[in-house]
Design a protein. Structure first.
Length: 86
């Protein structure tokens, strides 16, 4: 069973309860009988490995750097300036 933390809105008293997932949340503070609410905590996330995107969601090639396409070489001498020595 998970442990839930509650806080009273009136006296700021914090307490924990072991409850089932489908159980109703505690609504009354055991100390002052005021209104209590469930406290939510952030969950830590760890990204480990060589790369989250490149290893898990990349398509095709699995390399981390994008490949560049080679330009086709110009054929013939048209448009090229060639320097000649006399």
């Amino acid at each position: 069973m998970p442990t839930y933390e509650y806080e009273c809105s009136a006296c700021q008293f914090r307490f924990e309860r072991n409850q089932r997932f489908d159980a109703e949340p505690v609504a009354i503070c055991p100390q002052c009988q005021g209104k209590a609410r469930r406290v939510l905590h952030s969950v830590p996330i760890f990204f480990r490995g060589s790369g989250f995107y490149s290893t898990d969601y990349g398509r095709g090639s699995r390399s981390s750097s994008p490949k560049k396409k080679k330009k086709p070489e110009e054929e013939g001498g048209a448009g090229k300036d060639t320097a000649t020595k006399d």
